[in-house]
Design a protein around this ligand. Structure first.
Ligand SMILES: Cc1cc2nc3c(=O)[nH]c(=O)nc-3n(C[C@H](O)[C@H](O)[C@H](O)COP(=O)(O)O)c2cc1C
Length: 196
């Protein structure tokens, strides 16, 4: 008799980067995550560019409608099962572009709610840990549920050799850690959706 193996549900992850810089290390982390996800069964990552988003102004909201770029962004967030944030630290917090993107998608109805998320960061000093803890705090209000471990903090300025000249992550131990985060995010998302 033929054994039928249930297909693993596909988890769609939307990846956001808080830096708009062309050679951003954090964008490099997103590129790496996309590459690494190709060897994880059931996980798909799409990079969502936040650069075209306007600054939030509630005057621009109609009756439940938003400017077209904002509407398209909100739709992408709505369709995702979970999120990967690559967040540089700006003045001990998340960057303004990332906070703006988060705020835009939080306007009623809040499209972040009840989803799983993971954070990685490349920054100076403590590798972005303080931006990560601010992001977790923001998630409390949004009903975003972050995985706690593993953690990923990379001081890209003290250790620039972990990236190549194009901002791509080349360090094998950090790549391994990044893949562990993706696997943990996949499992947590499935648990949250009651599929595991
Ligand atoms: C306005 C501003 C504030 C910053 N504040 C911090 C900070 O508080 N802590 C830190 O570790 N790095 C800080 N940095 C450094 C950035 O986090 C660092 O340059 C990082 O690599 C930027 O991310 P990216 O490479 O993805 O663009 C700051 C940079 C800017 C532009």
């Amino acid at each position: 008799m033929e054994t039928v193996v249930a297909a693993k549900p596909i988890i769609k992850v939307a990846a956001l980067c808080g830096s708009l810089r062309k050679a951003s290390y954090n964008r490099g982390l997103v590129r790496s995550a996309i590459e690494l996800s190709k060897s994880i069964n059931g996980l798909e990552i799409e990079y969502i560019d936040i650069e075209p988003l306007p600054m939030l102004n509630t005057d621009l909201e109609g009756d439940g409608t938003f400017p077209p770029t904002v509407e398209a962004f909100r739709q992408k967030i709505k369709e995702a099962d979970s999120f990967l944030f690559a967040s540089p630290e700006y003045n001990f917090s998340v960057s303004a572009p990332l906070k703006n993107a988060i705020d835009l998608a939080s306007r009623p109805p809040n499209v972040w709610a009840d989803k799983a998320a993971a954070i990685v960061s490349a920054s100076g000093g403590s590798g972005g840990s303080r931006s990560q803890y601010h992001l977790r705090q923001i998630g409390v209000f949004l009903d975003l549920h972050f995985i706690n471990k593993p953690e990923f903090f990379l001081n890209a300025h003290e250790h620039p050799a972990k990236f190549d000249g194009n901002g791509n992550l080349v360090d094998e131990s950090f790549k391994k850690k990044l893949k562990e985060i993706l696997i943990s995010l996949q499992r947590f998302t499935l648990r949250l959706q009651g599929k595991l």
